[in-house]
Design a binder for this molecule. Sequence first.
Ligand SMILES: [Zn+2]
Length: 283
Amino acid sequence: MRVFGEIEGIPVGVNFSDRRTLAGSGIHRPLQGGICGGADGAESIVISGGYADDQDNGWEVIYTGHGGRDPNSGRQVADQEWTAGNAGLRANCIEGRPVRLVRGAHRGSDFAPKSGFRYDGLFRIDSYWQEPGKDSFLICRFRLLADGGEEKASPKPAVVSQPVKRATSTIQRIVRNTEVTSRVKDYHLHACQFCGTKLQTPGGFYAEGAHIKALGQPHNGPDIEANVLCLCPNCHVLFDSGAVMINDDFTLIGLLGSLRLAREHFIDVAYVSHHRNHFKIRL
Ligand SMILES: [Zn+2]
């Protein structure tokens, strides 16, 4: 059974003596192979020192995809392609879906366990690209970051202003992805409920799940379908900033037209009205 995210009853830091017990736990199911998953998404990865190009910095991992290697010499003999697990990790990046990360004992890493395999928790895929590897063939690469690192630093999920050096500021948006937001995006086939935009990327369609009554303080909105919209990034910013609001009859304020609805997707007007009131009070 495919499980994304945490496996119930298996805490971060648990050690497994071998691949068989690791597979049995459900943390990383295949007995061989570094990536568990298909082109539509990856569930877990193992770092075991098999790829000379991997870099492990603890909270950050530069991970090499699979394929194109000679099984005897271990050298790259062909380009890696965006198929199978490589495409899966790329899809995770687009979807904002983390993977379970397992480290296996190997030389040359300060973060590998002394023996066996250790489950090190969820990492999100920050970016992906291709580049020539040590054997000059193209390899697929991924930058993985320990999940939750940024949220711990700045607990607000939506729009976060971060002062940076040189007296300018940059907006860093952290878009939370959950099973609920994934379902809502599926209901709308990733089309924006405000403007109808559907962004196609090499990793699949991209949309954002926007919580109407925001998660976290001071709103403490719930992560349920009735409180989530499927929006393109532009409309998400407009909505989170109060530039666009929604009337109880689902007509839009600040944009022409009405919210695009889907039969499976019930939206609670109480949240819509909370969002409106929040910004009206501040205007
Ligand atoms: Zn839009």
